[in-house]
Design a protein around this ligand. Sequence first.
Ligand SMILES: [Mg+2]
Length: 283
Amino acid sequence: MVASQLIRLQILLDGDNTLWDTNAVFARAQRALLRELALHGWRVGRLSLARLREVDGCLASRLNRKEYDFRVLARALMYDAEGRAPGEALSSAVSGKRNAGEEDIIRRGVEKMEVELRRIPPLLPGARALLAWIRAQRGKGIVYAVLISEGDRRRLQRIVEHHLGDHGSWFDEVHILPSKEETIRRLVEGAGSRFGGRVKSLMVGDSLNGDIEPAAKAGAITVYKPAEFLGKEELAVGWGPTYTVESLVEALGILNSVLQDCTWTEAHGSAGSEHGSGVRTLD
Ligand SMILES: [Mg+2]
């Protein structure tokens, strides 16, 4: 066994709003809907991005995925702008359509949202340097990199291909799932047996509850970079991050020092991991 075959640090990376700015794409789409409504006279002071997100959050918590769509959101905004009470605005939006002219405005607004949502989110500052550092450490055999993302597989493929080309040169595994928590737990808890017991895991993410808590519970070092649009989330059950950073540039400094701190005296020993070097996309 040579040192280059040993895994010392498994790094789990969240994608949306950690590596790339998904929020910017959503904000553009939401503003496109607001502009279309404003074009047709829905110029009520309450119709702001912040208000849209409030209404959207209420709808998302109240409706399942089949019930929710952007037309319901647009209707709810119209009712809200008319001064209906929040609960009534949501109920009316779900239960029925507006008149034909207003439904036409809604259709056009939703089409404009969908155009915006097809845009590729930009990488966040420091993401490329962080990924380049990880790739260099992978090349030495001391880092194993996993990308974890929620949502649509094709969307993630487009983002990665656009910014990075072949994902295999950057990540050892890519997981795209409706929910990340179980995967994070499985990867962290299983790391010891997968890599011969000589691995630390580290999670970098923007969601305290979605990324940091499951990783911390499973025993990983955690680097929390709060998403700007969420602000710092309230910690639900006391699983705080090991580190909180303002940027990926700062996160890279931490990764570097964590790697330096790993004391693997058996780096040239004989019981290292025999993991393969190919990319595995498991889900
Ligand atoms: Mg995220």
